[in-house]
Write a protein that binds this ligand. Structure first.
Ligand code: NDP
Ligand code: ZN
Length: 377
């Protein structure tokens, strides 16, 4: 009996050592367990800090409308438990042996992706978001580089990411407002640049929320004349404060008059069911429309004659590559272009409430969770 007990102790000791040697990182955050679920404190572990990885203490995490779509399984069944969050800024607290880009104490950002193959044509072209073998998304996604463990996002105290997918954030940035740049910033910056928006262009921004208000700021900065489209009166003044020259409340048919064939470029960030045709018809001949909004459980219908004969280009755009994200971050910080944020504390009830407010159009313009206030630390 004594012998068996001794053997058991040794086995337990070894398995514990194995755990410790494996070096998994304990983490705490907020998860939901189902699409009807509420956010609750959640403890888990992250993969060990590999030679090319950095460990980041998360300071702030933004709440993107994509998080709502994912939590509520609006694009097919999501994986639970889920710790969302792909707008992350924090401080590096540990670096792997081969890391050269960061040192302990540096500020760092993480967006929607944490890995990709690194060698396909897309990755070689700095378009990791279109990796031919599939990008690894920041949460709710199997990480093939780490035994297919499901990734957990930024509503948490720390994260381990390969340095290639971590963005440098200059120490003089306004940290409270940096996180949303990692998704809302790059997702709007990228098509605005792809379509070569320039001074004097007439630009439409459909959906004036987290993404939309970044699009307005970038387009205004480039000298474009911006028209904002939304469904509320509440944001009319904000649009002109941000430099837009016109605000259209699309629920008022009178305000839509005279807009056909008038715009060079439109970005649609609308997250709910709508008809893109109305916007396509507003493009000049040869004009371009980028669709970035991802309405859940719905298909967008556009009549082909609306864009084929007038040679209008309608395309989708998905975040941006790491190099482009770094350019966007550096530019935004240097030009003082930030999201407008409402800071909430790291608490399940607060996050639940924030989700409802985003759905109800009651946020101006992005909720950011202050992870340092987490009381289950
Ligand atoms: P928000 O909820 O912050 O903003 C959406 C805005 O659209 C709100 O101002 C809302 O109005 C407005 N809106 C809703 N319905 C209409 C309508 N019919 N016409 C005009 N405006 C409307 O969402 P985000 O900006 O965070 O995200 C927008 C979308 O972009 C989401 O679907 C998200 O998943 C997607 N996304 C896509 C990415 C990509 O890479 N392509 C990356 C990140 C997000 P109000 O608030 O007044 O109700
Ligand atoms: Zn997002």
């Amino acid at each position: 009996m004594k012998k068996v007990f001794g053997l058991l102790t040794i086995c337990l000791l070894f398995s514990n050592m194995g755990w410790a040697q494996e070096g998994r990182i304990p983490a705490k955050g907020f998860a939901v367990d189902s699409k009807e679920g509420h956010f609750h404190p959640y403890e888990f572990t992250r993969h060990a800090v590999g030679d090319n990885d950095v460990l980041i203490e998360i300071l702030y995490a933004g709440i993107c409308h994509s998080d709502l779509h994912s939590v509520w399984s609006e694009h097919g069944e999501s994986r639970y438990p889920m710790v969302p969050g792909h707008e992350i800024v924090g401080r590096v607290i540990q670096t792997g042996n081969n890391v050269t880009k960061f040192k302990v104490g540096d500020y760092a950002g993480v967006g929607c992706m944490v890995n990709s193959c690194g060698h396909c044509a897309s990755c070689e072209a700095d378009m990791e978001q279109a990796c031919e073998e599939g990008s690894v998304y920041t949460y709710g996604f199997p990480d093939r580089f780490h035994e297919n463990e499901i990734t957990m996002g930024g509503y948490s105290d720390r994260i381990v990411v390969s340095e290639d997918f971590v963005l440098k954030v200059s120490a003089d940035a306004d940290m409270k407002r940096v996180a949303p740049l990692l998704c809302a910033g790059i997702t709007t910056w990228s098509p605005i640049h792809f379509s070569n928006v320039k001074k004097g262009d007439k630009v439409g921004v459909a959906g004036f929320g987290g993404l939309g208000h970044m699009a307005v700021q970038y387009a205004v900065q480039m000298g474009a004349e911006v028209t904002v489209f939304d469904i509320t009166e509440e944001k009319r003044k904000d649009a002109s404060r941000m430099g837009a020259s016109r605000y259209v409340n699309v629920t008022n048919p009178k305000e839509l008059k005279g807009l056909n064939n008038s715009l060079d470029f439109i970005i649609s960030t609308i997250p709910a069911d709508y008809s893109p045709l109305m916007y396509v018809n507003m493009l000049k001949k040869g004009g371009e429309m980028a669709i970035v909004g991802l309405p859940g459980n719905s298909n967008l219908n556009i009549a082909s004659m609306a864009f084929v004969a007038p040679n209008r280009k309608v395309y989708g755009s998905f975040i941006g590559g790491i190099k482009e994200t770094q350019e966007m971050l550096d530019y935004s910080i240097a030009h003082n272009i930030y999201p407008e944020v409402e800071i909430i504390s790291a608490n399940g009830k607060e996050i639940d409430k924030a989700y409802q407010n985003v759905l109800d159009g009651k946020v101006k313009f992005r909720y950011v969770i202050d992870m340092s206030t987490m009381n289950n630390k």
